[in-house]
Each structure stands twice: as structure tokens, then as C-alpha cells.
Design a protein around this ligand. Structure first.
Ligand code: SAH
Length: 409
């Protein structure tokens, strides 16, 4: 049989061949090819738009190239791409209209979630009238792409300010010149946000409000991926509540609408200071304790303290695959102590944001903790990240947050 002729390579400036293993990965729907599966091509500059071909030269799609990351190429289209800034603008419009369908009752949400919005290396969060941009790859850092991102966000969202949050470590890894966080457009960089209006009605304010400062704080200012889980916690929470790893009070302030008392615990004083300000903004009084959540749970358990609702939302324990076992021991210990402290009918909202800890590993660990604590428990809801952090099938790295809502016997 005559061999099928290779499709002509479209008119792109640079082209890169991937190995058979890379081809398989792309055919399975993943967006990344690692450096070890890419033929070296010294002509390709950092951040270039490249045509990707199989070893025979057959066109597979268009990708963004990184000269330094282990992820050498990130696919942006299975078609030829002539104008990257125009494609980025079109994808941002599509990302905005997706949020119009899936986000309700909140003026704060993730607008663009990198690969999951077909924009590898671009994160955009909307905090009411301030928009925050993070750029994570060489290609997204180019001047024409940056200009297109700012223009379309200003047009489509009409904010009072657009800020850029810079992660110096990522710029180093991508071999990009250092840059400071700062304003990209407009005047405003801080504001007041509201989420879950209508969910926590009957309180001093509708929904829950938070201060946001685009040029301070941790991450992009708030953990927006937990927004829907806050509402779930408020749905089931009751009585005396303890929010461990409370940061600026995300769960605690939602629980305040339903619980007779709420205590938030965190090791970061600045986070707790902001939590206190957020409580005032909502007309609530909560107790905030600065300390190590592991030690505090141990001391409270020894002192036979009991709660009706406990939230566990620790930082990612497994930053790499190698940390998995240690991470699972950490989750087991926390969950064991919390389960022992819950009164009958008590609610545990337990989370893991480590990508390397799968849903199954996580639920098995919580189950083992329940067995050791002699607490029969039921899963009311097994949840994940909010829908404005979409999970792209075939790119498992886009799914990372687990949140189980459990009721104890
Ligand atoms: N639940 C929060 C997010 C938690 S992020 C929200 O929804 O907004 C994890 C938090 O854990 C951070 O605020 C960090 O300061 C805190 N932290 C990290 N290690 C800790 C420890 N050992 N004890 C208490 N808090 C800790």
C-alpha cells in the first residue's frame, strides 16, 4: 500500500518534531510535550509559536514553545495559527462567556485558567472591579500578547484597574527577565468583593464580603477555587465551628451565617489580621487564633474540646510525587484529630489542594482516620474546585482540589 503523504506544514516560522511517545501523548488529548520527547532545534527562539509535527513531518498542531521549562511545548491549537494575539483575545472572550454561564451570585471568580481555557500560561482572576493577571510562560510574556490580554480584559470586563501579580520563581524558571507586580491598566488595585450572595441570607450583609488588595497578600489574594465549597460548608455547618488553616476567613465567614460560634486558626498573623477586617466588613464577631493547627488540634483534643463543625483546608502537603506518603500521613493525622473532636451529627469539611494526592488516595486516608477514630461517617458531598476553575479532560493537571463534606454518627 502506498504510504499516506505527509500533510504540508502550514506557513509557520518555526517547526518542531516530537517523538512517537510525544505523538501518542498529543493523540490522547494532552496539551504538553516534555523536552525529552522533542527533537532539539536551536533555531527556535524562547516563547515562539511553533508548528508541531510527528517524526515524518505530519502536522499535528500549533504550540507555544519554552526554551527552559521541562514542558517544552504546550499546544494552543490543532490548527495552524497565524496571529497569536488575535487567538488569545478570542479565547479570553470565550472564557468570559463560559463564566457567565457557570458563576452566579459572585462578582469574583477566575476568568482564565491556563490550559483549561486553552490559554497555557495565562491566569486571570476578577475581583469585582479589579482584574488580576498572572503570566507563567515565555510565549504569554511577549509584548504583543500582553497588549492583547490587557486590551480585551479592559474592553470585555470594564474594570477600574488591571494588576499583574508576578511570581519571581516562575519567571526565573522560564528564564524571563525579573519584573515587579504592579498596575497594568487603570488606577485601582484594591477593592471589596462579594461572593455567594443569596446563599448566606439573613445576616448583616447578603453574601460574604472580603477586602482584596491586588498588590498584597498570598496567591492572587483569595482562594477562589473554594468559592462553591464555602457555600456547601454554610449549607451543612451548625453549632460551634472550628476553621483550621483559615487564611483570611473564607470558610469561617461563611460558617458565621449558620453557626453559633466560629474560631479560625492560622499560623500567619497578616492573614488573621485581614480575617479580622473581613469579619468587621460582614458585621460578624469571630475568634481568631494564631498558631500551628496540628498542635492546636492535639491540645484541644487532649483538653476534650468538642465541635459541631470542623473545616480542614491545609496548604498543599505534596508539592511533588515523592512527598505523597508524607502528605498522606499529614492528612491522616489532621482528619483523625478532627473526627475525634466532632459531636454526634458533626460536620467535617476536609480538603486537599495537592495535585499529587488523588481523590481516591484522599478519601481512603479520611476513611482510615474515621476507622481509627471509631467514628462511622457518611460522605454528604465529594466536591472539587469551583466551576470557574474548569477541569480539562485529558489534562489531569487541571484537577487538583478535593473537598469532602462528611457527617459523623
Ligand atoms: N481556607 C483558606 C485557605 C487556606 S490556605 C481559604 O479558604 O481562604 C492554607 C493556610 O494554611 C495559609 O493561610 C497558611 O498560612 C496556613 N498554614 C500553613 N501551615 C500551617 C500550620 N501548620 N498551622 C496553621 N496554619 C498553617
Amino acid at each position: 500500500m502506498p504510504k499516506k503523504p505527509a500533510a504540508p506544514i502550514p506557513d509557520a516560522q518555526f517547526s518542531i518534531k516530537v517523538s512517537p511517545r510525544g505523538v501518542t501523548r498529543l493523540k490522547e488529548g494532552h496539551a504538553w510535550v516534555y523536552r525529552s520527547d522533542v527533537a532539539a532545534n536551536k533555531d527556535v527562539p524562547p516563547g515562539a509559536l511553533v508548528s508541531v509535527t510527528d517524526p515524518r513531518g505530519q502536522f499535528l498542531g500549533t504550540a507555544l514553545y519554552s526554551s527552559s521549562s521541562q514542558i517544552a511545548i504546550r499546544m494552543i491549537s490543532r490548527e495552524p495559527v497565524a496571529d497569536l494575539p488575535a487567538l488569545v483575545a478570542e479565547r479570553i472572550r470565550a472564557a468570559i462567556s463560559y463564566r457567565e454561564r457557570v458563576v452566579a451570585n459572585s462578582n469574583t471568580y477566575r476568568v482564565v485558567f491556563s490550559e483549561a481555557d486553552f490559554l497555557p500560561g495565562l491566569i486571570v482572576d476578577r475581583y469585582h472591579d479589579v482584574v488580576s493577571v498572572q503570566i507563567l510562560t515565555q510565549a504569554m510574556d511577549s509584548d504583543p500578547v500582553r497588549a492583547a490580554v490587557v486590551k480585551i480584559l479592559a474592553e470585555a470586563l470594564g474594570p477600574a484597574g488591571i494588576v499583574e501579580r508576578v511570581d519571581g520563581r516562575i519567571r526565573d524558571l522560564e528564564q524571563l527577565p525579573p519584573r515587579k507586580s504592579g498596575r497594568l491598566w487603570g488606577e485601582k488595585s484594591s477593592t471589596i468583593i462579594t461572593m455567594n450572595a443569596g446563599v448566606t441570607t439573613g445576616g448583616p450583609v447578603d453574601g460574604v464580603r472580603f477586602h482584596y488588595d491586588g498588590l498584597e497578600g498570598q496567591k492572587t489574594g483569595a482562594f477562589l477555587d473554594q468559592r462553591e465549597n464555602y457555600a456547601a460548608a454554610a449549607q451543612y455547618g451548625h453549632g460551634e465551628a472550628l476553621d483550621d488553616f483559615c487564611y483570611q476567613g473564607g470558610f469561617a465567614l461563611h460558617l458565621a451565617a449558620k453557626c453559633s460560634s466560629v474560631t479560625g486558626v492560622d499560623s500567619s498573623r497578616p492573614a488573621l489580621e485581614m480575617a479580622e477586617k473581613n469579619a468587621a466588613l460582614n458585621g460578624r464577631e469571630l475568634e481568631w487564633i494564631e498558631g500551628n493547627a496540628f498542635d492546636l488540634l492535639k491540645d484541644y483534643a487532649a483538653a476534650k474540646r468538642h465541635y459541631d463543625t470542623i473545616v480542614l483546608d491545609p496548604p498543599a502537603f505534596a508539592k511533588t510525587k515523592r512527598d505523597l506518603e508524607k502528605a498522606l500521613r499529614g492528612y491522616k493525622e489532621l482528619n483523625l484529630r478532627a473526627l475525634k473532636m466532632l459531636r454526634p451529627g458533626g460536620i467535617l469539611v476536609t480538603c486537599s489542594c495537592s495535585f499529587h494526592v488523588g481523590t481516591r488516595d484522599f478519601l481512603e486516608t479520611v476513611s482510615a482516620a474515621a476507622a481509627d477514630a471509631h467514628r462511622p461517617a457518611r460522605i454528604l458531598e465529594s466536591r472539587g474546585q469551583a466551576k470557574d476553575h474548569p477541569i480539562l479532560l485529558n489534562v489531569p493537571e487541571t484537577s487538583y482540589l478535593k473537598c469532602a463534606v462528611i457527617v459523623c454518627k
